[in-house]
Design a protein around this ligand. Structure first.
Ligand SMILES: CC(C)(COP(=O)(O)OP(=O)(O)OC[C@H]1O[C@@H](n2cnc3c(N)ncnc32)[C@H](O)[C@@H]1OP(=O)(O)O)[C@@H](O)C(=O)NCCC(=O)NCCS
Length: 123
């Protein structure tokens, strides 16, 4: 069994700008319907949650990159970040090509300016 980790941090203002300047196109390209629904439910805090999910996807990419032949093999909506009834995030793998991992776990945090995510994969 091998362990792979990935981490990413992002400025929330960058994600906010990308969302606001592209009239929904950035959201459409990066986030699944469930992710958009979750973030939009957070009203004026929503950009923290969008940024956290962006960081989470980058962290997943970092964790699995060594097992990819081509870095463009995985796209933003191949995985989604959802939350259980206690708010704990988990990764839903949508593209079955990436279901080969033994286990995958994620932790997210965000404050006023930054969002961060850590991912651990057992393969
Ligand atoms: C869950 C909790 C730790 C979140 O901490 P926070 O400082 O308010 O918020 P952060 O910005 O660091 O983290 C927010 C993220 O935590 C994650 N989170 C929420 N509930 C969680 C849980 N039960 N388990 C793991 N992660 C959780 C979510 O991913 C959330 O981001 P998201 O809504 O965008 O998905 C906090 O709300 C809580 O319930 N604390 C009480 C328990 C505690 O801290 N005990 C201390 C002694 S052990």
């Amino acid at each position: 069994m091998k362990i792979r980790t990935g981490t990413d941090i992002i400025e929330i203002s960058r994600v906010k700008e990308s969302i606001e300047s592209t009239d929904g196109k950035f959201c459409e390209r990066v986030y699944t319907e469930k992710e958009i629904e979750y973030c939009e439910s957070k009203k004026n805090q929503k950009y923290q949650h969008y940024a956290a999910r962006f960081a989470a996807k980058e962290a997943v990419f970092k964790a699995i990159s060594s097992s990819l032949d081509d870095k463009y093999e995985i796209s933003w909506k191949d995985i989604e970040i959802v939350n259980d009834e206690n708010g704990r995030p988990y990764i839903n793998i949508i593209n079955s090509k990436f279901k080969k991992f033994e286990d995958i776990d994620i932790s997210i945090s965000h404050c006023k300016d930054y969002a961060i995510a850590n991912v651990v994969i057992l393969c």
